[in-house]
Design a protein around this ligand. Structure first.
Ligand SMILES: [Zn+2]
Length: 85
Protein backbone atom coordinates (compact mmCIF):
# COMPACT_ATOMS: atom_id res chain seq x y z
CA UNK A 1 0.00 0.00 0.00
CA UNK A 2 1.25 3.45 -0.90
CA UNK A 3 1.05 6.63 1.10
CA UNK A 4 -2.31 7.85 2.27
CA UNK A 5 -3.41 10.62 -0.07
CA UNK A 6 -6.12 13.04 1.07
CA UNK A 7 -8.91 10.97 -0.44
CA UNK A 8 -7.78 7.72 1.17
CA UNK A 9 -7.01 9.47 4.44
CA UNK A 10 -10.54 10.89 4.56
CA UNK A 11 -12.10 7.49 3.91
CA UNK A 12 -9.96 5.94 6.67
CA UNK A 13 -10.97 8.73 9.07
CA UNK A 14 -14.62 8.16 8.15
CA UNK A 15 -14.37 4.42 8.73
CA UNK A 16 -12.61 4.84 12.06
CA UNK A 17 -15.18 7.41 13.18
CA UNK A 18 -18.11 5.13 12.36
CA UNK A 19 -16.71 1.64 13.04
CA UNK A 20 -13.66 2.21 15.26
CA UNK A 21 -11.43 0.27 12.89
CA UNK A 22 -9.37 0.96 9.79
CA UNK A 23 -9.67 -0.63 6.30
CA UNK A 24 -6.16 -2.05 6.78
CA UNK A 25 -4.21 -3.09 9.86
CA UNK A 26 -1.04 -1.35 8.71
CA UNK A 27 -0.49 2.40 8.78
CA UNK A 28 2.25 3.83 6.55
CA UNK A 29 4.96 6.10 7.96
CA UNK A 30 4.25 9.77 7.17
CA UNK A 31 7.88 10.36 6.21
CA UNK A 32 8.02 10.67 2.38
CA UNK A 33 11.26 8.75 2.04
CA UNK A 34 10.19 5.89 4.29
CA UNK A 35 8.14 2.86 3.26
CA UNK A 36 7.74 1.23 6.66
CA UNK A 37 4.23 0.28 7.72
CA UNK A 38 3.25 -0.14 11.32
CA UNK A 39 0.60 -2.61 12.44
CA UNK A 40 -2.20 -0.92 14.38
CA UNK A 41 -5.57 -2.27 15.39
CA UNK A 42 -7.74 -2.75 18.47
CA UNK A 43 -6.47 -1.32 21.76
CA UNK A 44 -3.13 -0.39 20.24
CA UNK A 45 -4.85 1.71 17.57
CA UNK A 46 -7.25 3.44 19.98
CA UNK A 47 -4.42 4.31 22.37
CA UNK A 48 -2.48 5.87 19.51
CA UNK A 49 -5.53 7.85 18.36
CA UNK A 50 -5.81 9.33 21.88
CA UNK A 51 -2.07 10.02 22.04
CA UNK A 52 -2.20 11.84 18.69
CA UNK A 53 -5.37 13.77 19.60
CA UNK A 54 -7.47 12.19 16.85
CA UNK A 55 -7.43 9.69 14.02
CA UNK A 56 -6.81 12.30 11.31
CA UNK A 57 -3.76 13.64 13.10
CA UNK A 58 -2.47 10.11 13.72
CA UNK A 59 -2.78 9.06 10.07
CA UNK A 60 -1.23 12.26 8.69
CA UNK A 61 1.66 12.62 11.14
CA UNK A 62 2.49 9.09 12.33
CA UNK A 63 6.16 8.17 11.99
CA UNK A 64 7.50 4.63 12.28
CA UNK A 65 9.78 3.63 15.16
CA UNK A 66 12.96 4.19 13.14
CA UNK A 67 11.92 7.67 11.92
CA UNK A 68 10.86 8.69 15.44
CA UNK A 69 14.26 7.64 16.82
CA UNK A 70 15.94 9.58 14.01
CA UNK A 71 13.82 12.72 14.62
CA UNK A 72 14.62 12.50 18.34
CA UNK A 73 18.36 12.17 17.69
CA UNK A 74 18.33 15.07 15.22
CA UNK A 75 16.45 17.28 17.71
CA UNK A 76 18.92 16.43 20.45
CA UNK A 77 21.95 17.09 18.21
CA UNK A 78 20.43 20.44 17.17
CA UNK A 79 19.89 21.32 20.82
CA UNK A 80 23.42 20.34 21.80
CA UNK A 81 24.87 22.20 18.83
CA UNK A 82 22.92 25.34 19.77
CA UNK A 83 24.21 25.05 23.33
CA UNK A 84 27.73 24.38 22.02
CA UNK A 85 28.30 21.44 24.35
ZN1 LIG B 1 9.49 5.81 8.83
Amino acid sequence: MAKLNTEILNSWVQMYTSKFKLPETKVPCSNDECNVQTTMFGTNLHERVIKYSGIENLLSTFECKTCRAKSKAQALIAKLTAAKV
